[in-house]
Ligand binder design. Structure first.
Ligand code: DLL
Length: 450
């Protein structure tokens, strides 16, 4: 039934069998071949979900569809979405599609509020995840034999173990540093001559700052590739990290509900959009309001169906992540659809005096402005019926305090003229904006809870 060998047999020549992690037959397939492969796998996963998960059976029946109705990929639009609430409501085992003895790992989503969300994997799921991560590392320029420093959290969060398995499979030596203990991390990066750093972009920035404070120049170390993800980050932050760490900074995307990191990655050749692995995932973009599927190129909410996940298949999972898809082949030769970066999450979008804005858009405007450091926090409050935004930024060390006000007003003008957003800005002393070791807290929402 849920047999990875069956899944392998569908692929022209599978990396799961022969241990290669750039597989031109898969990664450079023409669109028709990708669609044919997806249709075959989609049929199987819909049957698997329907036959083994009561929640899916009820949902499909209520929508008047059965897996037999899937004749083309477009027919998927008739099937119901899955949401985070479905995972919560079916906690812990309700969405699992295999007997418990077949599970080999449970991870949990990094959310800090409410009931946790658990995700489960069979042995085959873990193998596929590791090989997709290995593929991502290759796309990012990592080679067997490389020293990889992993500053992503180990534990229930999928970041640490996800990168770990992929790097080991590829034949790298990985240091499971996890997050925190920043001074020790710097020593290890330097002494072990790491070539690759895996982290959240905000922690990479913190590492860069700590290194500068200690007089360590990362640009003179062998470190040359940074693979960053787990939170939205702007192109301005990418430039800054590349310059300060002397690396190429690659964006990598994933989420616990859909395995973890390794769903999509930028290639080192183009660094322009993240290749989503279409032999294992089916990507759709929908209008979050009408829930209608949008054509390639239009921006909306990303919806993902897992094509090869047996313990806990996800059918049309609403990620809440905002992006657009580009199916044109990339200069690297890969043909899998590209996610043109994740701008933010629909639940993180702020509406300030009628202007819709994501934190990463504000980040892009702040970084590189004179007199301030690249650390910020957004504070949302309510005044009457209006939401207001205050941006806390941090002065560059040595900036006289009597200039703070003038810098703040300059930033307000810059933001207003660039994106039409009126906000209040406060320039704080150096190191007054909190640093993050994992995912950065960009927004403090002080509005009264409904
Ligand atoms: O953050 C998995 C991961 C670990 C990805 C390490 C990349 C690197 P969760 O904790 O479940 O899993 O959070 C998933 O983080 O829905 C996005 O909102 C956000 N996210 C992940 N990668 C990116 C990225 C991991 N490259 C949620 N750009 C997702 C923007 C990202 N947002």
């Amino acid at each position: 039934m849920h047999n990875v060998l069956q899944c392998e047999a569908d692929q022209p020549e599978s990396e799961f069998r022969n241990g290669r992690y750039f597989v031109p037959e898969i990664e450079t397939m023409g669109r028709e071949a990708i669609s044919a492969l997806q249709l075959k796998k989609l049929r199987r996963i819909l049957h698997h979900a329907y036959d083994n998960v009561a929640h899916y059976q009820r949902g499909f029946n209520a929508a008047g569809v059965s897996p037999h109705d899937l004749r083309t990929l477009d027919d998927l639009a008739r099937f119901p979405f899955t949401t985070k609430d479905d995972l919560r409501d079916n906690y812990p085992f309700g969405l699992f599609a295999v007997p418990r003895r077949e599970l080999r790992r449970i991870q949990a989503s990094s959310g800090t509020t409410g009931k946790p969300i658990v995700v489960g994997y069979t042995k085959e799921d873990l193998d596929i995840w590791a090989s997709l991560m290995a593929r991502c590392l290759v796309a990012a320029g990592v080679e067997p034999g490389d020293m990889v420093h992993n500053a992503l959290g180990y534990g229930l969060f999928t970041g640490g173990l996800g990168f770990h398995q992929g790097a080991e499979l590829l034949g790298c030596a990985i240091t499971p540093a996890s997050c925190g203990a920043t001074e020790r991390q710097m020593i290890l990066i330097e002494d072990l001559e790491a070539r690759v750093l895996c982290a959240t972009p905000s922690y990479a920035l913190y590492l860069a700052e700590a290194a500068e404070r200690q007089g360590v120049d990362f640009r003179r170390l062998p470190l040359s590739i940074g693979i960053f993800g787990a939170e939205p980050w702007s192109l301005s932050l990418r430039d800054l990290l590349q310059n300060r760490l002397g690396i190429m900074a690659i964006d990598l995307y994933g989420l616990s509900e859909i395995t973890g990191p390794g769903v999509a990655v930028e290639c080192k050749e183009a660094q322009n959009g993240l290749h989503g692995w279409e032999d294992c995932f089916l990507f759709e973009v929908i209008d979050p309001e009408t829930e209608a599927r949008l054509p390639f190129g239009e921006t909306g909410e990303l919806v993902i169906t897992t094509l090869a996940k047996w313990a806990q298949p996800m059918i049309r999972y609403r990620t809440r992540d905002i992006t657009r898809l580009d199916p044109t082949p990339c200069t690297c030769g890969r043909t899998h659809v590209r996610l043109m970066r994740i701008t933010g999450r629909s639940d993180d979008m702020l509406i300030i005096r009628g202007v819709n804005v994501y934190p990463s858009q504000i980040e892009a405007l702040l970084i590189g402005q004179p007199g301030i450091e690249p650390y910020y926090q957004l504070i949302v409050e309510r005044e009457g019926a209006m939401d207001t935004l205050t941006i806390d930024v941090e002065a560059t060390p040595g900036t006289p305090e009597d200039r703070f006000d003038e810098i703040a007003r300059g930033l307000e003008r810059h933001i207003r003229s660039s994106i039409g957003l009126s906000c209040h800005t406060r320039v704080l002393e150096h190191r007054r904006v909190p640093r993050s070791h994992g995912k950065a807290v960009r927004v403090r929402d002080l509005r009264p809870k409904p």
